[in-house]
Design a binder for this molecule. Structure first.
Ligand code: SF4
Ligand code: MG
Length: 330
């Protein structure tokens, strides 16, 4: 079966007067129809940039310098202008951290839902309004018949993000890219919004690329997870396996940031240090200055994704034994 989305060896560069910054390097992953792929990592790992590259919203001078992005087998990374605008909203929708990014303050939520549907679907205005009411109800907006004519500022942060979810779903996209969709919300509302997004996307068979720095959100929501560090995927696998037995030392560190229930569970290590800047990515394995397991080889040679139990990890700890003894520079 063809994956819905296939990202292959994606490279994103920012040309500068002196030298070029490589912001994403050799990023590859698939998302199946209806699947939730969590993309996790600290700020600066390249998560949002990956989402922006897929949906054609890289900020200049950022550009795709290599690789392929295939939607249902069709190359979309070279689409420009009108073709990319048609794809956005219709086949791939986006949810941002701040709901006000997605909503126009000058129009009622009903006008925005109807307008989006009339742009992308073959509906009459009356049918679109009917569908808008049904969607507002589905995302848990109380009294949709009144609320549909309200402006974005008349909603609370959590209600606004529900409206944004309705807006993302209204043209029945195949994929929603949700970038930190709950980070700006009260903690008490975050879990509800994540549960809503997961439930609706399962019902509508919409795939989700869920971008977050929060491994806890991933553990509750995703089917598979891709862990990013310094512009690369460093671990990818089924979420249950990654949570049960994280292979990459960086993933283990991220897991340490999840509150652990039950005193008998051993507390995992936290990661010291910070994500490197793009103009100062360390040699070899970019994580080596922060890694407690780093060897001489790690400082020189960059590891590719290798089988690591039930996941794949870009880490020399998982190199086959033979390669480990005669391949390295140590
Ligand atoms: Fe640590 Fe080396 Fe693995 Fe990088 S390759 S994560 S430095 S052990
Ligand atoms: Mg981001």
């Amino acid at each position: 079966d063809l994956p819905l989305l296939s990202v292959r060896n994606l490279r994103v560069e920012f040309p500068r007067r002196r030298g070029t910054l490589v912001a994403l390097d050799d990023v590859s992953f698939d998302i199946a129809r209806g699947e939730v792929l969590g993309v996790v990592g600290e700020s600066g790992a390249g998560k949002s940039l990956t989402g922006a590259a897929i949906i054609g919203l890289l900020e200049p001078p950022g550009r795709i310098a290599g690789g392929d992005i295939l939607l249902d087998g069709e190359a979309i990374h070279a689409l420009r202008g009108e073709a990319m605008r048609r794809l956005r909203g219709r086949r791939i929708a986006m949810i941002f951290q701040d709901p006000l990014t997605s909503l126009n303050p000058l129009y009622t939520v009903g006008e925005q839902l109807v307008e989006t549907m009339l742009t992308h679907l073959d509906l009459t205005p009356a049918a679109a309004r009917e569908r808008a009411l049904a969607l507002l109800d589905e995302v848990g907006i109380p009294a949709p018949a009144q609320r549909i004519d309200h402006y974005p500022h008349q909603f609370s942060g959590g209600m606004r993000q529900r409206v944004v979810i309705a807006l993302a779903l209204c043209a029945e996209p195949e994929l929603i890219i949700a970038d930190e969709p709950t980070t700006a919300l009260d903690v008490s509302v975050q879990a509800q919004i994540i549960a809503l997004l997961r439930r609706l996307c399962r019902q509508h068979r919409t795939a989700v690329m869920l971008i977050t720095h929060d491994m806890g959100v991933i553990a509750e929501t995703a089917d598979r997870v891709a862990v990013m560090y310094a512009g690369r995927v460093v671990e990818i696998g089924p979420v249950a396996e990654v949570v049960r037995a994280p292979a990459h030392p960086y993933t283990r560190g991220l897991m340490g940031a999840i509150p652990v229930l039950g005193a008998e569970v051993e507390r995992l290590v936290q990661i010291d240090g910070a994500m490197p800047r793009l103009d100062a990515i360390p040699s070899g394995c970019a994580f080596h200055p922060r890694c407690t397991e780093a060897s001489a080889r790690c400082r020189v040679e960059r590891p590719e994704l290798l089988p690591a139990g039930a996941t794949r990890a870009a880490c020399w700890l998982y190199a086959p034994a033979r390669e480990n003894t005669d391949g390295g520079p140590q």
